[in-house]
Design a protein around this ligand. Structure first.
Ligand code: GDP
Length: 297
C-alpha cells in the first residue's frame, strides 16, 4: 500500500532536504510535484488541490524558508497535513459493541471482500477481545456465499447461523438477533448480499435489514484497488444506508492508495480497517500516524 506514492514523494523531498536554503519558488515547485504525485496515486482532484494549498500556505512563510533546515520543515508540514486528511476515529479498531448482543451490518458490492472481511473481523473480536460472535449470511441469491461464510466460521472457530433455505434477508436477520440473544452472544454480524453495482432492490433490502436490527456499526467493505470508484460507492451507500465506517480491501495490491487518501475528505466517513491479503489475519486498523509514516518513508 502506498509504495508508488511513497517513492514519488521521497524523490521530491530528497531534493528539497539536500538544498541548504529554500526560496518560496523552490517550495512551490516541490509542491507542484506533490500535487502530481497525489493525482497519479488516484487521489481525487479537489482533495489533492486542498491538500497542496494548505501545505503551501504554511510552508512558504518566512519561518520555513529562513529556518536552518527548511526542507525538513516542509516534510514535517506535509506529514501533519497527511494526518489531517487521513484523520478518522481515535481508535478505529474499537467497534461499538457494548450492550450485547450488538448487531454489526456488513454492506458493499459483490466481490469487494465482504464475506472475507466479516470472517476477519469476527476472528479479531474473538481473539483479541474474547467476544462471542455469531455470523449470519443474508445472501439469499447465492447459496455459495452462505456456504462460504459457514466454511470460514468453521475455520476460525466462530459460530454461523444455521442456513434455512427460502427465508428472506430480513427474516434471517431477525433470526440472527433472536439466536444471538438466546445464545448469549456479544455480537452478531450480518453479511448482506452484494450486487455487481448499486441498485434500488439491493439498497431497499439493506435498508429493511437495517431497520429490523438497528445496527451499532454499519461497515462498508469496498475494494481499494478501484480507487476513486471506491469513494463514490461509499458516498452512495452512506447517502442511502448511513455507514459508520469503511473497510478498504486489497490494499496489499494497491501501490497507489488514492482511495485511502480521499475517503475521509470526500465522504466524511473514517476508514476503520484495511484488508491486506486473503488470510483471516490480514486485517489492520487504519491509523493515520502510521499511514503517514508509511507514505513518507
Ligand atoms: P464478497 O463478494 O464481497 O463477499 O467478496 P469475498 O469476501 O468473497 O472476496 C472476494 C475475493 O477477494 C476473495 O477471493 C477473497 O479472498 C479476496 N479478498 C478479500 N479481501 C482481500 C484483501 O484484503 N486482499 C486480497 N488480496 N484479497 C482479498
Amino acid at each position: 500500500m502506498f509504495e508508488n506514492l511513497s517513492e514519488r514523494l521521497s524523490g521530491v523531498f530528497d531534493r528539497l532536504t539536500k538544498q541548504g536554503s529554500l526560496s518560496e519558488e523552490d517550495v512551490k515547485t516541490a509542491l507542484r510535484e506533490v500535487r502530481v504525485a497525489l493525482l497519479e496515486a488516484d487521489v481525487s482532484l479537489p482533495v489533492a488541490r486542498d491538500f497542496v494549498k494548505k501545505v503551501q500556505s504554511q510552508a512558504t512563510g518566512q519561518a520555513v524558508t529562513k529556518s536552518v533546515t527548511p526542507g525538513q520543515q516542509v516534510v514535517k508540514i506535509v506529514h501533519d497535513a497527511l494526518i489531517e486528511v487521513l484523520r478518522g476515529e481515535d481508535d478505529p479498531g474499537a467497534l461499538k459493541i457494548d450492550n450485547p448482543p450488538a448487531p454489526v451490518l456488513m454492506v458493499g458490492l459483490q466481490g469487494g471482500g465482504k464475506t472475507t472481511t466479516t470472517g476477519k473481523l469476527a476472528k479479531r473480536l474473538k481473539d483479541r477481545e474474547g467476544k462471542k460472535v455469531l455470523m449470519a449470511s443474508l445472501d439469499v441469491y447465492r447459496p455459495a456465499a452462505m456456504e462460504q461464510l459457514a466454511v470460514l466460521g468453521t475455520q476460525i472457530g466462530v459460530d454461523t447461523l444455521p442456513i434455512v433455505p427460502g427465508q428472506k434477508p430480513v427474516d434471517i436477520a431477525k433470526r440472527a438477533k433472536q439466536q444471538a440473544s438466546l445464545g448469549g452472544y456479544d455480537v452478531y454480524m450480518l453479511d448482506t448480499a452484494g450486487r455487481l453495482q448499486i441498485d434500488q432492490v439491493l439498497m431497499q433490502e439493506v435498508e429493511d435489514v437495517r431497520d429490523a436490527v438497528n445496527p451499532r456499526e454499519t461497515l462498508l467493505v469496498v475494494d481499494g484497488l478501484t480507487g476513486q470508484v471506491a469513494v463514490e460507492v461509499a458516498e452512495e451507500f452512506d447517502a442511502k444506508i448511513g455507514i459508520s465506517g469503511v473497510v478498504l480491501t486489497r490494499m496489499d495490491g494497491d501501490g497507489r492508495g488514492g482511495a485511502a487518501l480521499s475517503m475521509r475528505a470526500v465522504t466524511g466517513k473514517p476508514i476503520r480497517f484495511v484488508g491486506l491479503g486473503e488470510k483471516m489475519d490480514a486485517l489492520e486498523t487504519f491509523e493515520p500516524e502510521r499511514i503517514a509514516g508509511r507514505i513518507l518513508g
